[in-house]
Design a protein around this ligand. Structure first.
Ligand code: ZN
Length: 153
């Protein structure tokens, strides 16, 4: 795993905030190898043949951020390189309808995204947990995350 996951989460959180998203779901994902960002994806109403293949599994109709990031990563690196990567997933939301600030949402990948992550053998999956307050000044201090590491890596 990268030595500074919070750096990638900061970038990922900012992309999630900027992403128009789908309904209330504003999610972004970053694929990184070592300290280098390979691609950034976001959830959207776009469709993609790659997404259709994996999202059959969970029934999702929209393009998920993780799939978007993996598709973009495969334009830059091959599958062998991709197996060295980690994927960061951040979800943001307003804490309630009266508060225009941002908190993290649970961004644990769905079964469809996990099957794509598994197919390309990404080493580590990291996602934001629910309800951590974000501030514009220093988002590093504001949120928590969970991760899982491939056991057969
Ligand atoms: Zn998904």
């Amino acid at each position: 795993m990268e030595s500074r996951p919070s750096k990638f989460f900061d970038i990922c959180v900012n992309h999630a905030i900027a992403n128009p998203g789908v309904g209330r779901a504003k999610i972004a994902a970053i694929v990184a190898i070592g300290n280098k960002i390979v691609s950034i994806g976001q959830n959207s109403r776009r469709t993609h043949p790659f997404a259709k293949r994996y999202q059959k599994i969970c029934g999702a109709e929209c393009l998920h951020a993780e799939i978007d990031a993996i598709v973009r990563a495969l334009r830059v690196v091959d599958a062998k390189e991709l197996s060295k990567a980690s994927i960061y997933v951040a979800r943001v939301k307003h804490p309630n309808s009266h508060d225009s600030g941002w908190v993290t949402g649970l961004a644990k990948p769905c079964a469809g995204c996990l099957s794509a992550i598994d197919k390309y053998k990404l080493k580590t999956v990291l996602w934001t947990n629910d309800g951590f307050k974000l501030t514009n000044k220093d988002q590093l201090n504001g949120y928590g995350y969970s991760f899982s590491i491939r056991q057969d890596a």
